[in-house]
Ligand binder design. Sequence first.
Ligand code: SF4
Length: 424
Amino acid sequence: MTRTIIPYEIIYEAADVQDDLIARVLPEHEQQVLKSFLKNLKSALSDILEAAREGKPILGYHFAFPAEIFYCFDLAPVCFELLPYMYSAFFRDGAEYFYERINAWGHPYHSCTSQKGMMAMIQEGLIDLDVICTPTGPCDNTVASYQFFSNYKKKKTPLIVADLPVYQNDRAKEYYAEELKSLLEQVGKIIGQEPDYGRLKTAVKNNREAHEYLIEINQLKRTIPCPLESLSNSIITSATVFLPGRPEKVQFLKEVYEVTKKRVQNNESRPGFEKHRSVWPYLSLFFDLSFYEWMDREIGMTQVIDPFNIYFYEPIYSNDVDEILTQIAVQSQNYPMVRQGSTFIETLIDDSLWAAREFKADCAIFTAHYACKQIVSAIQILKEAFRDELGIPMLTIELDCGDKRFTSIQSIKEQVSEFARTLL
Ligand code: SF4
């Protein structure tokens, strides 16, 4: 029986239109990262949509999950948090309709827009779900939202929760690997399939190759001026979240690597335009991607890196299934945002200072995303750490990364402009 994932169909159409427009309007050498992403996004989406049309089970998962593990089944995976933010990036009014709908229903307005939008999509019955998976991190918003996703319909959708340890030691690693194994067994029972570990190994190999390209890209991004435009961070974030374990992720990062290398070799990296290099310790904003072009061109400030563009874990080289699952558990604990947001705050501080040093940043911009209550408490300590350890200032902008109405783009631009004027 044909199944539907209507938001993926809409995103596919939007990506197709944008791809066509860009091909007609922009010169060949412009926005090469975006062009490559749209091409690979469409390929992955059409594959997943085809699986749904063929009646394969649909599995909803949290963005912070190591989603490659789901490729040991024959199903259509859907990343929940990605959907509202893809709407934010593609459409003028983003996912506002869905935010309004769920607020009117009585859901707390100050929760995470990445999940709030998805709640309303589920209320409207836009996805035929068979099973949902989430870890118990990185935040309370996650834990609460997934109960809703599971329970909203009269016929509940099975929810499998992997208990994510707060500590990061050998005991926690073994424990979480067992959680992932158990999760796969439960998913298998629900959808009536045995896990195919050969498929898992292929997905892990894809992730490894993609990771190796990202390491090379980040090595090149240390060059001054930065060879990649600021927008590339948000785009690579989308690939990290949306394409884990897929050949499209390898292809995309390979193409980005080739573009970056060529620009460095030929000194095509906007020489003379880069006045400042900013590190963003937590989230980028998604509701107006033209902001990054403005920052590059008008302010001369590059967003060099954010945590979604550095993987603080090793690629997996093992061929043994138990060892692979243990290593995936380690990766999952250190996944972007999970690593910085769900354990003690010194990890966020250490990672941010390391990134600023490595990527030669002269300033930092912290986006205080409205829903991230746990991380907002770290702002002052982080600011002092940047100042005392590296002598660089940090700007804090209160906003909602997925909703333009919380802090307008004009106000954000004014804050960044004013901040840039204070930099030497
Ligand atoms: S950590 Fe923040 S951005 Fe991430 S899911 Fe939770 S509230 Fe949303």
